[in-house]
Design a binder for this molecule. Structure first.
Ligand code: ADP
Ligand code: ZN
Ligand code: ZN
Length: 732
């Protein structure tokens, strides 16, 4: 009987097991290397998870096609943490490892070289340099005067070097070269360091707390907007660099602005590497490789940057730790903040979680003494906190949802030379198209059921219809499809309609709109804000404007149309709304000008608004935590959501019923459902869910460990697409 060691490979397929392959020499050092293997009629890239005896002795095994890495890509802490993540999310290890890799490496491309491509001046370039006209090409030529600079470094120093390099190359002044010495780590390539402001006593205490951490320490930096949290990060990162260690900074997608990066670059004096969805595959792989080699000292990135290898880790920062974009909503449903904490523990480094509106989970952990709680209670640099006014609009005449009092406040702010932000979290022209004759309204055919319709949003000044759930588009019909009448009317107000009204009403100032429709491209928002400059003007927008860019001339923030959020069934809706309101309000009066926030509502007495306005975010959070505890919701309970979807309504329910039988009677776990999802149909698929809740995390995971492998073998599983979401953020 042959039990000779084989390669046990983790493959990116939805089966909770490893796959065995033969190889000439099954060396244990191959663990963590990528291999190309045959799988059915396909060829897949996998990662060697184990070297050992085959699962089935004497089985006919196919040989690997190729070992792709000379040394393991995954090893040490990262491999161990990812194994943990696979167990925790109950996902196949192969899918977790594939998620952790940049796409190019997932496809099997080699790790980008350590000797990188860069740019250098030609002889002609050196001669021509003194005579070059001012501008980007000249600035780049000056940057290259001391010697070739790797592309990764140019990219880390600023976004716009490529066009300049091409311009120089066309004239024969610069060329693409291999850089032998790697200036990524050499001080010579470092941009100049800007001076840090003297920290306030509260900042000082926070910096000292990070400094005092030996090994793993979770720290919650709970500071109002503009209190100088970023300054604390910068100082903590500088300390980390001084100790010769790498720092990883996670930011939400909309928080990663050129402004933020420029600030990091100006202050840290080392190249800052960036990982975000706007990079191409090659760029992502290069940054990942630079971190893997320990060359990238500071990596700033969005959610998936949490998988960055950190062989010399010293610090992990999670900015805006409450932000919903840290949770991956499909595939491997990890939470980047939570995984950052797991990695910090394994790496034995401090993890600094910052927010003006910490998640209830983190506040609860801080109150229980599990996290150090660092508070920054005042704005830094002498800026004042904004005044908040609740504007009762019951019985008031509204124009595009705006009351006369609010319009007067906007007028006054503009007259004083200020800028105004009008916040409405609904993009499009109007949320509904209604027939005034018969009551018909435009619904998405692919997202509606007979019981529950899903309205199409009106766009394009009332000419187009669009589904915000599945992306379906249609023109607005000329007549009502139900009664043939001509009384079709857009109902309600989206950002486009607000923009239209404000343009007509305040024709003397620029009115600019920022939402996903108008600023799809990364730098579009930047360009929009540059157009506004320092002049009086109005910004209309969705939560895209709730954070990120510094808007120093903003004196008035008007919040309209939040009432629908006050009555949502989702247990997290209150928390999300409170965070959004506080974040938006925090945009007012960031510099020396005092700011005002006007909150327009039909429910001025609503407890959420009252508590928030009179007591602030922490008073709200305290009340909300008490309610969660009473109701047995997170963070006092642990949830897992089993979702299933199919073309017809029945298969998801029967799969979940069969699944439910595997959990019934398990001690310590409550099972709710199966029920149609709150959004019972999306993009043509019927959706249902089964909710598992437990007061002890261990009980929940024990139940999942026992049941999950058997779900794959249920006959009902073949008729649906199903997935498990541990610690779901959205119950939709
Ligand atoms: P946050 O990240 O909490 O929103 P920032 O770090 O961006 O706050 O700081 C807000 C503003 O205050 C920035 O313009 C920053 O330069 C300034 N600032 C921060 N700390 C200080 C300080 N100690 N002294 C003076 N200005 C400061
Ligand atoms: Zn009609
Ligand atoms: Zn739809």
């Amino acid at each position: 009987m042959s039990t000779d060691p084989v390669l046990r490979v983790a493959l990116p397929v939805p089966l909770p097991r490893l796959f065995d392959y033969r190889v000439a020499r099954a060396d244990p050092a191959l663990v963590g290397c990528r291999v190309q293997v045959p799988f059915g009629s396909r060829s897949l890239v996998g990662v060697v998870a184990e070297v050992g005896p085959p699962a089935v002795p004497d089985a006919e095994l196919r040989p690997v096609e190729a070992v792709l890495d000379p040394v393991p890509l995954f090893h040490g802490e990262l491999l161990a943490s990812l194994r943990w993540l696979a167990r925790y999310t109950h996902a196949p290890l192969g899918e977790v490892l594939a998620t952790a890799l940049p796409a190019a490496l997932r496809r099997g491309e080699p790790l980008p070289e350590a000797v990188p491509w860069g740019w250098g001046l030609t002889e002609a370039g050196r001669t021509a340099l003194p005579g070059l006209r001012a501008g980007r090409p000249r600035r780049l030529a000056e940057r290259l005067a001391a010697g070739p600079v790797p592309e990764a470094v140019l990219a880390a120093e600023g976004e716009d070097w490529r066009a300049a390099a091409r311009a120089l190359a066309r004239r024969g002044l610069a060329e693409r070269v291999r850089c032998t010495a790697d200036p990524v780590v050499s001080a010579a390539s470092a941009p100049p360091v800007a001076a840090a402001p003297a920290p306030t006593p509260e900042q000082q205490a926070a910096i000292a707390a990070v400094r005092a951490a030996h090994g793993f320490a979770p720290l919650l930096l709970d500071g109002v907007t503009g209190s100088g949290k970023t300054e604390v990060y910068l100082q903590a990162i500088a300390d980390c660099l001084a100790r010769g260690r790498q720092a990883l900074v996670l930011v939400p997608e909309i928080g990663l602005t050129p402004q933020t990066l420029a600030r990091f670059r100006a202050r840290l004096g080392v190249p800052v590497h960036v990982l975000h969805s706007g990079l191409n595959d090659g760029e992502r792989a290069r940054v990942w490789a630079a971190a893997w080699r320990g060359q990238a000292r500071v990596v700033v990135g969005t959610r998936s940057a949490v998988f960055t290898p950190l062989p010399q880790a010293g610090l992990i920062v999670v900015d805006e730790e409450h932000d919903g974009s840290y949770k991956q909503q499909d595939g491997i449903r990890y939470h980047a903040r939570d995984f950052a904490l797991v990695r910090g523990k394994a790496l034995e480094v401090p993890v600094l979680l910052g927010s003006a509106t910490p998640s209830l989970e983190s506040l609860h952990n801080a109150q229980a003494g599990r996290y150090a709680h660092l508070r920054l209670s005042r704005r830094a640099g002498g800026a004042q906190a904004p005044t908040v006014r609740v504007l009762d609009v019951r019985k008031r005449p509204l124009q595009a949802g705006l009351s006369p009092e609010l319009l007067a406040a906007i007028e006054a702010a503009l007259a004083e030379g200020g800028q105004v932000l009008v916040f409405r979290n609904r993009r499009g022209y109007a949320p509904v198209l209604l027939c005034h004759d018969c009551g018909w309204s435009a619904q998405c055919r692919r997202c509606s059921t007979p019981e529950r319709g899903s309205a199409l949003t009106v766009h394009g000044a009332g000419r187009r219809l669009q589904c915000h759930h599945c992306g379906a588009r249609a023109p607005v019909p000329a007549a009502c499809p139900a009664c043939g009448g001509l009384a079709l009317q857009p109902q309600g107000v989206g950002t486009e309609r607000l923009e239209e009204l404000l343009r007509a009403r305040f024709a003397q100032v620029p009115v600019l709109r920022a939402d996903r429709g108008s600023t799809r491209r990364r730098d579009a928002l930047e360009a929009l804000l540059a157009r506004l400059g320092e002049r009086p003007g109005i910004l209309v927008g969705t939560q895209m404007l709730a954070k990120g860019h510094d808007l120093p001339h903003l004196t008035l923030v008007a919040v309209v149309g939040v009432d629908e959020g006050l009555f949502s069934a989702d247990f997290r809706a209150g928390e999300k709304l409170a965070q959004l309101l506080v974040q938006v309000a925090g945009r007012a009066g960031r510099a020396q000008r005092p700011g005002t926030v006007v909150l327009q509502t039909h429910h001025p007495e609503h407890p959420l608004l009252r508590t928030l306005v009179h007591g602030g975010y922490h008073a709200f959070a305290e009340g909300e935590l008490a309610q969660r505890e009473a109701a047995g919701f997170p963070p006092f309970a642990h949830l897992a959501l089993l979702r299933a979807e199919a073309k017809h309504a029945e298969p998801p329910l029967s799969f979940l019923s069969a699944a439910r039988a595997r959990f019934d009677g398990v001690a310590g776990v409550e099972v709710h459902g199966p029920l149609p999802a709150p959004m019972p149909r999306r993009a043509g698929l019927h959706r249902a869910q089964l909710l598992l809740a437990a007061s002890a995390r261990g009980a929940l995971h024990a139940a999942l460990d026992a049941a999950l492998p058997t779900l794959h073998t249920l006959p009902e599983a073949r008729r649906v697409r199903w997935s498990l979401d541990v610690d779901p953020v959205e119950l939709t």
